[in-house]
Write a protein that binds this ligand. Sequence first.
Ligand code: GDP
Ligand code: MG
Length: 310
Amino acid sequence: MSDDRDLETVPAGATRCGIVALVGRPNVGKSTLLNALLGRKVSIVTPRPQTTRTRIHGVLTRPDLQIVFADLPGIHARQPRAINRYMNRTALASLADADLNLFIIEALRWTDEDERALEELRRAGRPVLLVINKSDRARPRDRLLPFIAEVSRKAEFVDVVPLSALKRSNLECLPGLIARHLPESPLLYPPDQVTDASDRFMAAEIIREKLTMRLQEEVPYGLMVEIEGIGQAEDEPGKLVVQAVIWVERTGQKAIVIGKGGELLKEVGRAARLDLKRHFGRPVHLELWVKVREGWSDDDSALRKFGFET
Ligand code: GDP
Ligand code: MG
């Protein structure tokens, strides 16, 4: 996994720019790390695995440096549904394209899924920097150093960095360490752009995050949010109107999402509206509907409608 380019030939003062994929099994904290590095939420985070469904670019621009992070759906064991096949394919294709891969694992944990992700990284053949996340949770503390030594031996990592994305500790060294592996290149994004995600996409993701947080295990993965309209309110200048449909897979799930007397949906709407307001920097009027489309997560035409490239 050593670098195949002589990057020290980049002249002093030149701009380095490249793509860095965030790789790891579900739930290790890839999206949390990205948001922490950017100081802004571009990728939604929940305690549930498989929250990130499509690739999102998050862009960090500093003088002479632009890092384009690709937050990927986690690589996971083979699962039969079309959405899982899609998520695996998206993740794997991106590894081989990256200038550098960040391999993210959890402190004091090494699982078969981590092993599988490392195998994919080996196959991709790009340089790999190992991030040991959730170091804040490592107990007992004196097991951390031996763990770092042990995982460091699993491959030829260009660096090994223990940190906590949640507590934002030891993050500051990362951009500099990453920069050493990026080529000299013109910027890929304008310097003020933080993500390639559209307003529509961000709005749908924020609503899905709030739903997922409240529903726990009750509607496993069968949720999709589609934005039917997003635009300026006619009656109130500066106000944004967002019209969204929450698609579920079965009629029984519709009742769960709405909740007793509509309580759950109202609560989701309140939380989502606050976050949408924060994201777009203006007041938001949110309209939510719940509709049923049977078996969408295993249906290629439904996935295409929801924006997945199947
Ligand atoms: P992803 O699936 O890899 O994108 O993981 P997420 O970023 O969605 O995080 C999964 C869970 O781990 C969430 O509940 C996060 O709050 C939590 N988490 C992420 N980073 C840390 C960390 O540094 N420390 C602790 N204690 N929890 C974290
Ligand atoms: Mg994620």
